[in-house]
Write a protein that binds this ligand. Sequence first.
Ligand code: GLC
Ligand code: CA
Length: 530
Amino acid sequence: MTHWWQSGIVYQIYPRSFQDSNGDGIGDLPGIRQRLDYLHWLGVNAIWISPVYPSPMADFGYDVSDYRAIHPLFGSLADMDSLIAAAHQRQIKVILDFVPNHTSDQHPWFLASRSARDNPRRDWYIWRDAAPDGGPPNNWLSRFDGKAGWTWDAPTGQYYLHTFLKEQPDLNWRNPELRQAMLDVMRFWFDRGVDGFRVDVAYRVLKDAQFRNNPPNPNWQPGMDPFHRLIDKYNRNIPEIHQFNRWLRQVADAYPGRVLIGEINLPLPQLVQHYGQGDEFHLPFNFSLIHTAWTATAVRALADQYEGLLAASAAWPNWVLGNHDQHRVATRLGPAQARTAMLLLLTLRGTPTLYYGDELGMADVPIPPDQVQDPWELYVPGQGLGRDPERTPMQWDGSANAGFCPAGVTPWLPLANNYETVNVARQQNEPASMLALSQALIHLRQRTPALNQGSYQSLDTPAGLLAYLRRHDEESYLVVLNFTADVCHWQLPAGVTPQAILLSTHMDQPTALAGSSLHLRPNEGLVLRI
Ligand code: GLC
Ligand code: CA
């Protein structure tokens, strides 16, 4: 049986930036609801919404102060219920973000924990005595400033651990009561009809029980992200982490049809271990396309490696091209290769996750220093670490504020200055637009079992081209991508006989076929039936 999260397509919404419904310049849940018809038209099967819980917003919602409520900025629990119902009416699943590694320092649990050493919640967080010299208990670093990952709490005379900001104290999942409280949070949302969770920094949640020092990174040099001075051996992907995965999975398995997607940023051989024996994550996020060199050779190598690693198991692959932590794909690869990248994402074997706006080719928006919001950019400025550029408002139409918020309102991050040409309304009317391509690809994938669940096999090609077959039952499709800005010719191998070209990334009637030879224009990708 094929599950919806296998054959389907996930669309990530960064809620602050999707649609503002009440004129405060910040996106919200009723706004998402207003745009469900667009998502239905686009053809995606699920939305993953980054955190919408009450939060002081030190890390824009990834610092949660109440796991069972909605921040008033985004709406109310009733708004969430009606969003879930309206999405389900359109056969769209709803995936929420679960943030298990840390809370906000304003969460009542942490306020209690730091109030006294003998408070019953003390052990729900990770408290340690100072080192003999009074300094932090070990050398672990904090993610956004590369400084000590420990903050001294003078009233109770101990340090608390925070892998991210000091406003994001780490939870202690080795404490059984905390564990139950967090697993109950998952049940709370499952009971409300949520279809799954994307689990934030899942691979960092458990820490070395002995709190050993991390080793220095021999490859680090001044000017690099200061966090990478050390190799985070003892507070990331430690052997016990698989137990954490199983705790979550046991909860999810009590609810039919739910999915757990893990934010796990690891090389493929370690990543695939997070499927467990079918008892850990359904989908450990595969970010390898984001990190690889953008060449046909490199992409083939990683797709083949990934397929090889999964071959002996029932584990289901997945692919990601962008998210709220990475520079936009259109900026990383340029607009022409963003189109072939979209074809790749939507024709590889495995669940694709699409980041909002990438379907239009939205690019990074340069943020003037006085408008920077992301704490990472504020702590380590000027190195391109800040994530505001890829979090700017969705470009819906050519009106003032691009239809994201009313005219005259200042959106929380500036709009792209190209929004009058790069927007949904305009691209919906342009037959060759990026949006027309994305939508055509999504619909082609949806109606073609070979593409949404068939096998994958790569083929040898001339340099610059990537080609693979997708097969299911009697149906076979050939995908060919030209990674270069040059014309490429390919004499097709014996046995590969195209019947029809179904789609070109150029969104015109391609004439690429001449006998058994294929001609790809610069930056062109093709889907053929064979
Ligand atoms: C994850 C999120 C990121 C957040 C961090 C801390 O990496 O994707 O946005 O800042 O965790 O929660
Ligand atoms: Ca709003």
